[in-house]
Design a protein around this ligand. Structure first.
Ligand SMILES: *Cc1c(COP(=O)(O)O)cnc(C)c1O
Length: 226
């Protein structure tokens, strides 16, 4: 059994090598450890070796971990965001990956202003069209992005997606490539910068990085067995 630190180092190495293999700089891809299955001790162990970003998908867990861990951690929220949880999430998270409705865009921006916070956020897109998946259907994305482009407290920085479980290489390339194209088209049509593409998990981050991912969200490969 390898240790947590060894697994983190090995995933980081693979993320960086995938970037280089895609002709990109290894520094262009941020590895986000998804700590949702582990307690504060495992997070602290990585923190002590210099890791400063972690991702959580549930508001109560985010709040509990945030309260008990050092202030200089950059928390990412990646789960379904209920409207009555926005104020708490905004108080804790610097980046929100999973904004999935126009009312939520508006609420996030208003509450960010009230709380004097300026989180970066992404719109989640259901590229694969699976009924069970969250995120904007592709056809509804342009209208949402037009609203998001006008937010001034919370900052719209890009798109996020999740690929279907068990998708093969070609399907992954198609889905992640589609998110990148959507981002490129929106940035051009709205005349804004949309630098971030949050895509790729333990099983599919190599394809995501090949297609331009700037943030990969990895849980199992780092934390399984902890
Ligand atoms: C849990 C989770 C991940 C991490 O998935 P792994 O397959 O464990 O790497 C990534 N993104 C989201 C939104 C998640 O909920």
């Amino acid at each position: 059994m390898s240790s947590l630190l060894e697994r983190y180092a090995s995933v980081l190495d693979e993320v960086r090598r995938s970037a280089v293999a895609a002709g990109r700089s290894p520094d262009d891809v941020v590895l986000l450890p998804v700590s949702k299955t582990v307690g504060a001790d495992a997070i602290r162990e990585l923190y002590q070796s210099g890791v400063r970003r972690f991702a959580e998908n549930r508001e109560p867990v985010l709040m509990a971990k945030c309260a008990g861990l050092p202030d200089d951690i950059e928390w990412h929220f990646i789960g379904p965001l209920q409207s009555n949880k926005v104020r708490k999430v905004v108080s804790a998270a610097s980046v929100i990956h999973s904004v999935d409705s126009i009312p939520l865009v508006e609420r996030l921006d208003r509450i960010s202003g009230e709380e004097n916070r300026s989180p970066r956020y992404m719109l989640e897109v259901n590229v694969s069209g699976e009924a069970s998946k969250g995120g904007f259907p592709v056809g509804e994305l342009p209208a949402a992005a037009a609203v998001a482009a006008k937010t001034g407290n919370a900052r719209f920085v890009g798109l996020m997606t999740m690929a279907p479980l068990g998708a093969g290489h070609d399907e992954l390339m198609r889905i992640f490539g589609a998110l990148r194209s959507l981002r490129d088209e929106l940035a051009a049509s709205l005349g804004i910068d949309l630098p971030e593409l949050s895509m790729g998990m333990s099983g599919d981050f190599r394809e995501a990085i090949a297609c331009g991912a700037t943030m990969v969200r990895i849980g199992t490969s780092i934390f399984a067995g902890v």
